[in-house]
Ligand binder design. Sequence first.
Ligand SMILES: [Zn+2]
Length: 213
Amino acid sequence: MKEEENKSEESKEMNFCPTCNSVVETVIIYSYTSKSTVDENLNGFFTHVLLSKCLKCQNPFLKEKTFQYAGGDEYLTSELQFYPDTVNEAIKNCPKIVYNPYKEALECYRSHAYDACVIMCRKGIEAICIDNGENKGNLKTRLKNLNSKGVLENTLFNWANELRLIGNDGAHSHEQIVNQQDAKDAIDFFDALITYLYHLVKQYDELIKRRKK
Ligand SMILES: [Zn+2]
């Protein structure tokens, strides 16, 4: 078994920083390499764990890279980011009709297209209505119906309604500019709605089922 630690590797790479909301230069401040599965002929796998920081805001990043070693040459086979965590389990498991606008809203946010971002969030709210059987009438009416059916309790209904209004601003107003914070809030509310509707409700039902046994 061979292991290497390196505390002063002056190596830089580009990463997406959620705090800066841009692709930034990061510097590796600590790296750890495990070569436990590499044989004498230099075949096998090795794992590289990297702690780095954003050079703009100083926030940390933690990544794991796995390489395949074949006759002395190395190939990157997988890359996982542990921190900051950018993947939400609930989002991964929600219906495609809701997931697609969420993904697009996030992409718009990352490219600083804030009007487009809130429009996609509004589209996502529309998708949530369709997924819950509300296909008729305007969005305001559909949300009210979900509220009276008990699918969206009052706080969630208010959030969804606010997303509808911010989305309208993004789509129709030429004066009121949607800023970064508005777009960030819109994504956070959209995220919370998905987590509640497609994850927590299901998790609660499963908990009750389990406890009844
Ligand atoms: Zn940063």
